[in-house]
Design a protein around this ligand. Sequence first.
Ligand code: SAM
Ligand code: SF4
Ligand code: FES
Length: 345
Amino acid sequence: MNIIDYIAQNRDITREQLEAVLTTDDKESIEYLRSSARRVADSVYGNKIFMRGLIELSSYCRNDCLYCGLRRSNKEAVRYRLNEQQIYDCCATGYRLGFRTFVMQGGEDGWFNDERMCRIVSNVRKQYPDCAITLSLGERSRESYQALFDAGANRYLLRHETASAEHYSKLHPDEMSWQNRMECLHTLKEIGYQVGCGFMVGSPYQTIDTLYADLQFIRELQPQMVGIGPFVATANTPFASFPNGKVSDTLRLLAIIRLIHPHVLLPATTALGTLHPRGRELGIQFGANVVMPNLSPLDHRKDYAIYDNKICTGEEAAECRACTEHRIKSIGFETVVDRGDYKKD
Ligand code: SAM
Ligand code: SF4
Ligand code: FES
């Protein structure tokens, strides 16, 4: 049997198959991978692409991840945090533009403690009962995750970054722990969040073995969402001179993830759009079904500088939304006004 049919039928992949898919130059095989992934995505979600409005709350971060432009050691980073009113204004604009999921993301900024964050979540929940609230605020305590859930948050994105503890220790300072990251993901699931894990493609020291571990981890955790995007080398970080992740590897991995986990909500990420002018469109063609246009206030956009040359830093929310819709239509897909919940098997 052809490898791709094997992966699709078994919803599994062996290490050797992963290596074969990532190293082949055979255009026909890649096209077959792409069309198979797209067929699977279509069978679950049709040609609908869900839009999430991304609100970047803060560029302050207490952590020092070696790859990220917002790491606390980066003295060149411009720091800002949105005030509560700015966050509510973003949601109001987003709602008017048809978003029914708000993703509040930020560095690990102590200012957004439980009291403040729960107040924000519960106000947004009251104002927009028909919307999903997604948080992506890094590692917090079980009590904190529970309080935010009780305040009305539904989903949480916390990329696991790598399923190998050894690889994790090369991407993070000693004070950060892979075990804690994994525990956070399990806690979030237990509490009842729809959970998203994920990783960067082509991060320094990544190997076929670590990627294989990532795919096995996804099979075990069965997250509702998986966020993957290429690693983008970033100035003023220890990894500034490492090569960027490859767009082609990212596309192949998106397709594999769709095949092994057909119902997953899978974004075509901004990082993919940063490294290729049609990266997000290609991501959708390889099985992604979510896009996350930016709703953050224009005057702070460029300061949420996770990585260099990030796109969508000069456009108003409405422009970004229209641009996204146009891009999606241009490849024959449809954006929908919908919470875009995970569909169970
Ligand atoms: N602070 C939260 C956290 O780390 O989970 C949320 C924000 S963080 C900026 C979101 C994601 O950005 C990280 O999980 C990481 O995978 C990604 N990221 C950080 N630096 C990156 C880089 N140089 N290239 C590509 N993605 C990057
Ligand atoms: Fe902070 Fe997240 Fe960047 Fe790590 S990846 S430095 S936790 S913003
Ligand atoms: Fe943001 Fe095109 S999607 S400007």
